[in-house]
Design a protein around this ligand. Structure first.
Ligand SMILES: [Zn+2]
Length: 271
């Protein structure tokens, strides 16, 4: 079944040009073509609805942006990263970016499609994260959004669930139905489908470049993983359950660091 799906996906890519890279080629070398069935507009609508819902819930629980100093710090770092996204895709400069901090012991952060960032306070507090380390982790999350990994894995899940029917609907122009069904699958899908290994590699690479361009030391990506791993006694941190800190991962980050270091040095010189 999986092979058939892959074959269909491949055929679809070739015949309808449903595949292209969402971002420009850059120093990090991320340029894989991606399969995108669902329209970006419906994914963005789902994303902003889910984000608004999350903010409302946090507000009710009085856990939204309670520590002003932390919020200012996280927003300051995020804004420096966001100022660099045009390098990877010019349209992202005009996204409606939002950055919030939720008081929550979990060690986690995410950026939903369209630029909706959430940092949980546990990430900052538990590992006593430096600005460079926060730049690394938020950069990684922003890279997932720039690459539209959420839309990509929802598209894959959609084809697996609805198969030919979905493709037929798409090909005959009834994308409205596709969008409605996609919305029905809702934000749970975004959170329940973990990023694949290749998507993680891309977010690591592009995130490292993004952070360097924003003036954050690329070595911090490695210390970040080491600090996260050190937290793993007992239950692993939320972030690590979806982002296993494998040796490969750290080796890849170390290998790419020299390539992006000139960007970091140049950014620092500008300040
Ligand atoms: Zn990730």
């Amino acid at each position: 079944m999986k092979t058939i799906c892959l074959a269909i996906t491949a055929a679809f890519c070739i015949t309808l040009a449903g595949c292209a890279s969402t971002t420009n080629d850059s120093v990090s070398g991320v340029k894989r073509s991606q399969f995108m069935l669902l329209p970006a507009s419906s994914v963005d609508t789902m994303s902003s609805q889910a984000y608004t819902e999350t903010l409302k819930e946090a507000q009710t629980k009085k856990t939204l942006n309670v520590d002003k100093a932390m919020v200012d710090r996280v927003r300051g770092i995020s804004n420096k990263l966001i100022a660099q996204v045009g390098v990877f895709r010019p349209d992202a400069v005009n996204w409606k970016w939002e950055v919030n901090v939720e008081k929550n012991d979990q060690l986690n952060a995410y950026c939903m499609p369209g630029g909706k960032i959430m940092v949980l306070s546990g990430l900052v507090e538990k590992i006593n994260a430096t600005d460079d380390e926060l730049g690394a982790v938020i950069g990684h999350e922003i890279a997932h959004a720039l690459r539209e990994h959420g839309r990509e894995r929802m598209s894959q899940a959609y084809v697996q669930q609805f198969g030919l029917q979905a493709l037929a609907g798409f090909a005959t122009g009834t994308t409205g139905a596709v969008a409605v069904q996609a919305a029905g699958m809702g934000s749970q899908l975004f959170f329940s489908l973990p990023n694949g290994r290749e998507q993680e590699r891309e977010a690591d690479k592009m995130g490292l470049e993004l952070a360097a361009r924003a003036g954050y030391n690329p070595d911090a990506a490695v210390t970040l993983w080491q600090k996260m791993s050190a937290q793993s006694n007992g239950a692993p941190p939320e972030f690590l359950s979806t982002h296993p800190a494998s040796e490969n991962r750290i080796a890849d980050l170390k290998a790419l660091a020299p390539k992006v270091r000139p960007l970091y040095v140049a950014a620092k010189a500008k300040k």
